[in-house]
Design a binder for this molecule. Structure first.
Ligand SMILES: [Zn+2]
Length: 124
């Protein structure tokens, strides 16, 4: 006599195994995509670093600015947001209505006015 419960259980187990294998393939594919994205970003950072260094050398040669001048400017910019942490956090800007507008917003969240103009590096 055929035990339908055993057949059903067997079928459920097979389906579960298929789902596990499919999930493992999907995870590996996503890991591979993430690795590729990270390599692309590292390459971009390397190229940007080389570009910045090249521009800085041209600026030093053309203007006479020194590494000490760059360090001083770096420190001043770093401190503009109140923290000497090697990063430049974007600060909220004041709207005419008195509200502070988050830097990621194009309009004031309270009155709808266009957000105040930002410097080029604040728009990155
Ligand atoms: Zn406003």
């Amino acid at each position: 006599m055929v035990d339908f419960f055993d057949l059903y259980q067997h079928q459920q187990i097979k389906q579960t195994h298929r789902l596990i294998e499919q999930t493992a393939r999907t995870n590996e594919s996503q890991r591979s995509d993430a690795r590729h994205q990270m390599e692309v970003l590292h390459d971009r950072i390397d190229r940007l670093t080389l570009l910045c260094e090249s521009m800085w050398q041209l600026v030093m040669e053309a203007t006479g600015y020194s590494e000490e001048d760059l360090d001083a400017r770096w420190g001043n910019l770093d401190l503009e947001d109140g923290e000497a942490d090697g990063r430049r956090h974007k600060l909220p800007m004041s709207c005419n209505c008195g509200a502070m507008v988050h830097p990621s917003l194009a309009k004031c969240q309270y009155c709808g006015a266009k957000a105040p103009a930002r410097a080029a590096f604040d728009r990155i």
